[in-house]
Design a protein around this ligand. Structure first.
Ligand code: TYM
Length: 335
């Protein structure tokens, strides 16, 4: 059976990249009958970097509200906070002893976030991808829908699962070799100010991204100000080579409307940005304004969100508990 797992960090506000790279695809899959779907807000990952402890519970509620506002149905999907299911931490310890130091040190995200002064970053930042592998494997998830930037972490997850199976599986696979689901023009959304940099929560310029909570005017203004080149749009995708900003805006249009870059260019090829940007702003507002309205309604109801998270944690625990028991037995723990 297919079991889907994914998660997002409660750091900063969710942006269009998070939505088009992940969340929109989660919503699109929720009516598949044959799969089970589990989505987490990863507050344990959020403490690997300096953070505001007092603000973290609300940050978890806000990401949950964004999941719900985007259309993720808590009846059809398990939605919960990572720290509410202790099996994530238990399996992470076991997998920390299976993963090799070299694997963790090779991760580009660790190198980027760790910066130059490695002496001062938390040990948790190094083992971040191992916790991520535990998130996935504690549910024996077979598929993980994410954006392109998580590819390397998911390769580590596959390596950890294979190594555990080989060393402790007694001839049988305890863990699945999970498939990443990285698809479509939304998998890698770039900054609106620089088509070669990823759209990210940590970019100091708010104009570099569209936040899921931005109102219609803000969305339109940011798109109008987005960096472009002076050429009209090409007729085919080959013409986007070497034009990262144009490619990104066409990709955003395609991802929002469920089309492809080629289909967008079939319609807008030959037109300048003076015509394309207002069209893009219109679709962006059309898709995002209902989400941001619903989001604002939901964050005013924290008790309702807590109720959903609590119920989700119970359902998640029921799936994770037999798996952690199996992993502990396989590695030889007493009891
Ligand atoms: P996070 O919180 O950075 O991002 C959440 C999701 O959004 C995607 N994403 C993007 N997609 C397209 N374009 C972008 N510019 C962009 N920016 C972010 C990410 O790929 C991700 O799918 N380590 C993960 C959270 C995590 C997780 C897991 C994910 C923890 N455990 C287990 C899957 C399975 C992270 O920091 O995502």
């Amino acid at each position: 059976p297919k079991r889907i797992f994914s998660g997002m960090q409660p750091t900063g506000r969710l942006h269009l990249g998070n939505y088009l790279g992940a969340l929109k695809n989660w919503v699109a899959m929720q009516d598949e009958d044959e799969s089970e779907r589990i989505y987490c807000v990863v507050d344990m990952h959020a403490v690997t970097m300096p953070h505001d402890a007092k603000a973290l519970p609300d940050a978890v509620r806000r990401v949950t509200a964004a999941y719900l506002a985007a259309g993720l149905d808590p009846e059809k999907n398990v939605i919960f906070a990572q720290s509410a299911v202790p099996a994530h931490a238990e399996l992470a310890w076991i997998l920390n002893c299976v993963a090799r130091l070299g694997w963790a040190e090779r991760m580009t995200q660790f190198k980027d976030k760790g910066g130059k002064d490695r002496e001062r970053v938390s040990v948790g930042l190094l083992t971040y991808p191992v916790l991520m592998a535990a998130d996935i494997l504690v549910y024996k998830a077979t598929h993980v829908p994410v954006g392109d930037d998580q590819k390397q972490h998911l390769e580590l997850c596959r390596d950890v699962a294979a190594r555990f199976n080989r060393d402790f599986g007694d001839g049988e696979a305890v863990f699945p070799i999970t498939e990443p689901l990285i698809q479509g023009p939304g998998a890698r959304i770039m900054s609106l100010r620089d088509g070669t940099a990823k759209m990210s929560k940590s970019d100091p310029s708010d104009n570099s991204r569209i936040n899921l909570e931005d109102d219609a005017d803000t969305i339109a203004r940011k798109i109008k100000k987005a960096k472009t080149d002076p050429e009209p749009l090409p007729d085919s995708i080959d013409g986007l080579d070497g034009r990262p900003e144009a490619s990104n805006l066409v990709g955003i249009f395609a991802a929002l409307t469920g089309g492809s870059k080629a289909s967008v260019l079939a319609e807008y090829g030959g037109q300048g940005f003076g015509a394309f940007k207002p069209a893009l702003a219109e679709v962006a507002v059309e898709y995002l304004a209902p989400i941001s309205d619903e989001y604002r309604r939901l964050i005013a109801e924290p008790a309702e969100i807590d109720r959903i998270l609590k119920k989700g944690a119970e359902r998640a625990r029921a799936v994770a508990e037999p798996v952690i028991a199996e992993a502990k037995a396989a590695i030889g723990f007493w009891g």
